[in-house]
Design a protein around this ligand. Structure first.
Ligand code: CAA
Length: 250
């Protein structure tokens, strides 16, 4: 295995900039990339509040490294006992899942291609800022695979069931304009403005008091599956926590 670092993490106070560093292969993701992403999430300093995820070069990420598809890993996985295979897949999913932690807001800065696992990584982030040349594509079913890195839930939450199914089974590319219309993008900007726009967005997110941001994100996340009475109860509890927090601080 190549032991050059494939994912860089630069932490500056409350902001962590995480960069996929395989521009020669459009930031294709292999086992090492997933391991590094998972470790970065585990080791993130507690005072980080905003994670910016980007890809070096022309594309955000072209998805799974085709060498993984043609190598031994997937056939060995398929032949493993159920428990071992499930645990291995769960470890890979952990590379993306931490991006939804309530104490962080994650932003994907997407230029060029975001295909398959690349799109799932962008979907794992809370927000997606797209450059005008962005092309998003769900490549898994076309290759006889399924999106298995958290992408199916993110996708239906973002675009709804019917469009999620259409995009998944046609595998067609979605440009930045359509991505904005269907809710896959939070903002679309010219390529030259991508970095500045993401920095401005991060600054705006950090202007909100930390406790209120964490409580609000947790409420929004649970609202997806909660019943109305249950969610109202959660809002009351969070509200009281916030009011008491202010009282303690004053
Ligand atoms: N894995 C490995 N290498 C890749 C790659 C990938 N996913 N994507 C691109 N590359 C390599 C190319 O092989 C090429 O290498 P060489 O220079 O050695 O020939 C180099 O990157 C440049 O690529 P292209 O010349 O093809 O560049 P392009 O601009 O014409 O096209 C692209 C870019 C649209 C990303 C195209 O390369 C492409 O379609 N790549 C494959 C995308 C794909 O099918 N990904 C898998 C999705 S499914 C998935 O991810 C599964 C999952 O979640 C479980």
């Amino acid at each position: 295995m190549d032991h050059t670092q494939l994912v860089r993490s630069d932490v500056d106070g409350p902001i962590a900039r995480i960069t996929l560093c395989r521009p020669d292969v459009h930031n294709a993701q292999n086992l090492q990339v997933w391991e590094e992403l998972r470790d970065i999430g585990r080791r993130l300093p507690g005072d980080v509040r905003c994670v910016i995820l980007a890809g070096q070069g022309a594309s955000f990420s072209s998805g799974i490294d085709l060498a993984v598809l043609s190598g031994r890993f997937l056939s060995e996985l398929a032949q493993s006992p159920d428990n071992a295979a499930d645990a291995r897949l769960s470890e890979i999913q952990a590379a993306f899942e931490w991006l939804r932690r309530p104490d962080l807001v994650s932003i994907a800065a997407v230029q060029g291609h975001a295909i398959g696992a690349g799109l799932q990584l962008a979907l794992a982030c809370d927000l997606r800022v797209l450059a005008a040349d962005a092309q998003l594509r769900i490549g898994e079913p076309g290759l006889g695979l399924v999106p298995d890195l958290g992408g199916t839930k993110r996708l239906i939450e973002t675009v709804g069931y019917s469009r999620a199914l259409e995009l998944s089974l046609t595998g067609r590319s979605v440009g930045a304009g359509e991505a904005m219309r269907v809710g896959l993008a939070s903002i679309v900007v010219e390529n030259s403005e991508l970095d500045d726009t993401v920095d401005d967005l991060a600054a705006a997110l950090l202007a909100v008091p930390r406790n209120a941001a964490i409580e609000t994100k947790a409420l929004l996340q649970r609202a997806v599956t909660a019943t109305s009475p249950d969610q109202l109860g959660a809002e009351r509890a969070a509200s009281l926590r916030q009011l008491r927090h202010h009282l303690d601080e004053s």
